[in-house]
Design a protein around this ligand. Sequence first.
Ligand SMILES: Nc1ncnc2c1ncn2[C@@H]1O[C@H](COP(=O)(O)OP(=O)(O)OP(=O)(O)O)[C@@H](O)[C@H]1O
Ligand SMILES: [Mg+2]
Length: 371
Amino acid sequence: MKRTIINPFKPTAGAEPPVLIGRERVIDDFRDGIEEGVGAPGRLMRITGPRGSGKTALLTELGDIAKSYGWHVVDVTAAGSIVDAVQHELARTSGNTEVHLEASLGVVKAGVSKSSTGPETLRGVLTSVASQETQHGAGLLVTVDEIQDADADDVRLIAAAVQHLIRERKNIAFVFAGLTMGVMDLINGRALTFLQRAKAEELASIPLSDVSDSMASTVEGAGLHLNGKVLEMTACATRGYAYLVQLVGYRVFANARKHADRDVSISLEDARKGIEEAYGEFEGSVLDVALADLPLRAIEYLIVMAKHEGNVPTKEIAAELSLPPASLTATRRQLIKAQVIDAPSRGVVRFSIPLLREYLLKSSSEILSRY
Ligand SMILES: Nc1ncnc2c1ncn2[C@@H]1O[C@H](COP(=O)(O)OP(=O)(O)OP(=O)(O)O)[C@@H](O)[C@H]1O
Ligand SMILES: [Mg+2]
């Protein structure tokens, strides 16, 4: 019987990719953290990066690693109160009735008056679970995704509880992830010094040689061939950006699969067409979304920026817009906060999202017509 060829790529937010490319070091650091015991730096981590850089996928992987050591893992995403969410998850996943009761009670009470019952209950529940796990030679990992959206007081409560448990020599790990600027703003705010010391992992682009090796073996494992010039072109098109690896891989593979009964090699035409389709989708699902909430002034700023390659002096942008540089400070700040651009050094900016520059150059009049 003919084997069904299944597309191995996963171009969906949060979906586990076939291979987590380029994360070996951070995974090793985390593993070391678990093995080395209380106080190891790998037990407190901050993962930052732009949309689609692979933060959620990495959190999932770290959670799986912790589970493989028998640890209890609680994952929450910041939307509403993360204190409630952590308590709720601990209650849901804990077999211990005491913890269960305490936590559910806390959640109910917290809904009414968080400030009076939240802190003690949270610390109590975390302590119960972490102590119990530590007694059994395991530990507790708490992960918080999209932490830039969390309430700073909630983050402070969790940080204080985690710090306390470390002092009590319990096996606890805390890993949080979010958009770079939002996370930096959060932890540089009031008294979150404990979290500033977290091991920092910024998810920059993945080296193309790693992308290329991984795509070739992923495709091979799924029954098609990708090599030579076609492989090079496909890997290059991803810009080393996690989400594009999946999107481009998925589309290129889908085109080749159509002729797999005749030829299992991915052709240059399959790749060309797949890349074009993937880019079209990327414009809709990432670039337009990133631009959607921006005011006209910010869009004009970006369009001027796009005319330059690489790092762009902010003075030049102001000059081209015929505006005093100081009048653009708020706009620049807004764009950095939205993680559309970043400032690699003083007085210069660059695009943070791949393909945005090309898109702005190609479609500026269409984008402007939306205003
Ligand atoms: N290291 C990786 N190698 C290959 N693909 C990856 C990697 N990390 C993530 N991906 C893929 O990239 C896409 C985006 O990943 P993910 O949702 O984890 O990003 P994110 O940073 O959490 O994005 P967002 O900020 O939108 O939540 C998914 O399709 C995922 O499968
Ligand atoms: Mg995510």
